[in-house]
Write a protein that binds this ligand. Structure first.
Ligand SMILES: [Zn+2]
Ligand SMILES: [Zn+2]
Length: 208
């Protein structure tokens, strides 16, 4: 089954974790089905319907490894206006660098190992993509994508999920879901607190 975890030292390649030896010098392109459990995603992070599909390019650069790809799948969100759950088919792009915890002290820094000069011009030329985050660490030459992917899924979760851009939400009077039609309650326009204040000031002015 796709979700099975391969035992330590097992031959089969089990993304989202693989050994450096499994990455050829010319790099690796992979497509893989990932179960939410494999990313240690719990419902508090994101609810996923079915499996996620992972497409990733992995490249070695000296002692460092760069990964870039997309994780896509169906996320179950709850609309903040009508409180209904809806399916959100989303793509989560990711890009990350890894360095070996062993190589870090033994070898040159990953940047220099890749042939870049110190304080190089590459930044000025814009050749280097902006990466403000620290590289992930490979423990014992194992590239484990799970934690990085989990972080990207969480970061891609909208703060204010909406089932649709113009969801009218629940009626504040009767609580009916206005997506299902008007409820007939008088819809008084809510004025901003500042408008209310303006009325008060005006009223005071008239009294003088
Ligand atoms: Zn809604
Ligand atoms: Zn109503």
């Amino acid at each position: 089954m796709p979700g099975s975890v391969c035992p330590e030292g097992g031959k089969a390649m089990a993304l989202p974790s693989l050994h450096l030896n499994e990455i050829p010098d010319e790099g690796l392109s992979l497509s893989h089905e990932v179960q939410p459990e494999e990313l240690a995603l719990d419902p508090g992070d994101a609810q996923v319907r079915g499996a996620l599909s992972l497409t990733v390019k992995i490249a070695k650069a000296g002692a460092a490894v760069g990964v870039v790809g997309v994780l896509s799948g169906t996320f179950v969100r709850q609309c903040v206006r009508c409180l209904k759950e809806y399916d959100d088919h989303a793509e989560v792009p990711f890009e990350a660098d890894y360095r070996s915890d062993q190589a870090a002290s033994r070898h040159l820094a990953p940047g220099r190992a890749a042939g870049r000069s110190e304080g190089g011009v590459s930044g000025e030329l814009g050749a280097e993509p902006e990466r403000d985050d620290e590289p992930y660490v490979m423990t014992g030459d194992r590239l484990d994508l799970a934690e990085m992917l989990r972080e990207h899924v969480i970061l891609a979760t909208p703060m204010q999920p909406l089932c649709r851009e113009d969801c009218p939400g629940l009626c504040p009077v009767c609580g009916r879901d206005r997506n299902e039609g008007p409820c007939g309650c008088p819809q008084e326009r809510r004025e901003s607190p500042f408008a209310v204040l303006k009325h008060i000031i005006e009223a005071k002015g008239e009294r003088r």
